[in-house]
Design a protein around this ligand. Sequence first.
Ligand code: KG4
Ligand code: ZN
Length: 337
Amino acid sequence: MLTFAIETSCDETSLALLRGEREVVASLVSSQIELHAAYGGVVPELAARRHLEQMNPLIEELFEGAGIGFDQVDVVGVTIGPGLVIALLVGLSAAKAFSFARGIPLVGVNHLEGHICANFLANPNLRPPLLAHIVSGGHTLLAKMIDHGRYELIGETLDDAVGEAFDKVGARLGLGYPGGPVIDELAKTGDPGAYPLPRAMAKTRDYNFSLSGVKTAVVNLVETERAKGTPVDISDLCASFQEAVFEVQIDKAIKAAREHRLERIVLAGGVSANSYLRRVYAKRAEREGIELFIPPLSLCTDNATMIASAAYYRHLAGDALDRSAAVDPNLRLPAGL
Ligand code: KG4
Ligand code: ZN
């Protein structure tokens, strides 16, 4: 079975061809980072226009590069949410046109489930049930994955997502957009114990998170030190910020896995590219006897290969969109009843 997938939920126009469960035939990711950097964040209308300009040339490039004809595709998968509504609409329109022209089924994919599926692409033996730990630019949550397409939410952020907090802190420190990868790099030479920062909600009995306090603490610290004329060591500050954020993330995920008797955790979303998180989480999970899966770097941030994987499982389960289907910018993970 050949799945053609389209992802346009945010600022990456991405296409992929996946054969069967995990043979990646071709994939393209066209990033718009340079387009949005000047604004310090993604401008939805610019993102949608760029998706529209890029869509047809990229489709041709994908199929020609792979030597695959349109007639060889069996199913089309597309991200229908969560994400930016006008960006999602470009992908869905293209996917509808393709499936209509070819007379093949169309499958709508939840972007978050796509991120989780990055782990199935890389690990042939991985099976649910498991604890999905999503840390992206728009979402931070813990969910029990009962099966493909069946989830039970365990906890989530009450304010900012982890990636969002990284990007906001990055912006305030003048590190450009997106701040996440820059903070990761700077923190490598910093001392995580240099600046004491709050571990918000570390001790609450639920599995929710709050990121806005630590973000504000970083901003206040910089302003206070500046007012005193004391230089701030940016590397130390980045390292301290990362440790404050990830300590709570890892602690709560491990606790949730224990309480729900889940032996596997899969990390997913753009922030799973963070080098400190990957290293510290792996060590901690090993010590706790929990199997941890982290996507390869190429599948951490937004890409259509993960969407193709999720579409493959959705199609096998008999899911299909009709031609009047719409996008849902606030789509939640499907509940597991
Ligand atoms: O999953 P993703 O590509 O888009 C969403 O679905 O939101 O995640 C993007 C987020 C951004 O906030 C970006 O700063 C963050 O992932 N990110 C990182 C790293 N690479 C990307 N955050 C921390 N460390 C990184 N190495
Ligand atoms: Zn994403």
